[in-house]
Design a binder for this molecule. Structure first.
Ligand SMILES: Cc1cc2nc3c(=O)[nH]c(=O)nc-3n(C[C@H](O)[C@H](O)[C@H](O)COP(=O)(O)O)c2cc1C
Length: 275
């Protein structure tokens, strides 16, 4: 049985019942006298979302030994304005030209910390993050990836896309695969552990992209890696991924270009309404 280390301070609890109402698994019971408690035998259904802890107005409740007093109060007035969010969502672009400069390790750490707040199906937390955190490591990955592609072509791989990619890299030093980026983040989900691996990975990447944009960084999702990995032996191992792991990636770094105006997407979405 899961150990929830659940407790409520009776001197602080106001008996409002918000913790019980907000629990997605309906695990808590609030007696007419006394404080909320976990319904015996239901512990394993806890998805560890900490909503009971976060919603408690006076900070009377502790779960997993967490102390409300050690937690950051949440201030709704600190949220970005709709205009700020709109500028971010509409103005973010995929960056394919980067400065040959490392992103500061402190910024990188902050971004990775923030990523842990991205939601996942059933709040399962098995995503793994591979970070290529400097130019030298990225150059090594680039060279090794191209060498693996060359080997596969030498062994009879028939792929005009990969052939072209290798040729342009060797002849013109243009990196179509990793877009010359100084960094890469690969997010993976171990086989069969996440309940919605593709959605969870995509969501974390989307969060990363927006967080990075607010730090002045450029990003570009890299679906090409998956296309190459599907036919080039050794790339999965090079990225430290196991057979069956889901993964997707984003390139990032300081951008060499600035976009001066928004693109036009008006009318591109087909919107249907029910009822
Ligand atoms: C799932 C996904 C995979 C992508 N893969 C690549 C890629 O491998 N290489 C690349 O240059 N751009 C890639 N992109 C970027 C798209 O081409 C880009 O989002 C699209 O052209 C729109 O441009 P914008 O992001 O600037 O609005 C990918 C985007 C998504 C969402």
């Amino acid at each position: 049985m899961k150990d929830l280390t659940f407790s409520v301070n009776p001197d602080v609890c106001v008996g409002c019942g918000l913790c019980a109402q907000d629990c997605p698994s309906r695990l808590l019971t609030l007696p007419s006298e006394g404080v909320p408690s976990v319904i015996p035998g239901r512990e394993d259904q806890c998805i560890e979302c900490q909503h009971c802890f976060a919603v408690c107005p006076p900070g009377a409740l502790s779960i997993f030994g967490l102390n409300p007093e050690d937690s950051q109060p949440f201030d709704y007035s600190g949220l970005p304005t709709p205009a700020n969010m709109r500028a971010l969502v509409r103005g973010r672009r995929s960056t394919r030209q980067y400065l040959a400069q490392n992103v500061s390790p402190a910024v990188l750490e902050d971004l990775l910390e923030d990523l842990q707040y991205a939601p996942t199906g059933q709040n399962l937390r098995f995503l793994e993050y591979l970070v290529v955190d400097n130019l030298e490591a990225m150059d090594l990955l680039r060279e090794k990836s191209i060498a693996l592609a060359e080997k596969a072509l030498g062994n009879g791989l028939d792929s005009p896309f990969i052939k072209g990619m290798v040729k342009i890299y060797r002849r013109d030093k243009v990196d179509l695969l990793y877009r010359g980026a100084p960094h890469l983040l690969v997010i993976s989900a171990p086989a069969k552990k996440q309940s919605s691996p593709q959605q969870d990975i995509a969501l974390a990447l989307a969060y990363f992209e927006l967080l990075a944009a607010c730090r002045g960084l450029g990003t570009c999702w890299c679906g090409y890696i998956n296309e190459v990995e599907a036919v080039v032996p050794g790339l999965r191992e090079l990225l430290g991924l196991k057979e069956g792991d889901n993964f997707y990636s984003v390139l990032f770094g300081l951008p060499k270009v600035k976009y001066r105006r928004l693109v036009h997407r008006e009318g591109t979405a087909k919107i249907r309404r029910f009822g």
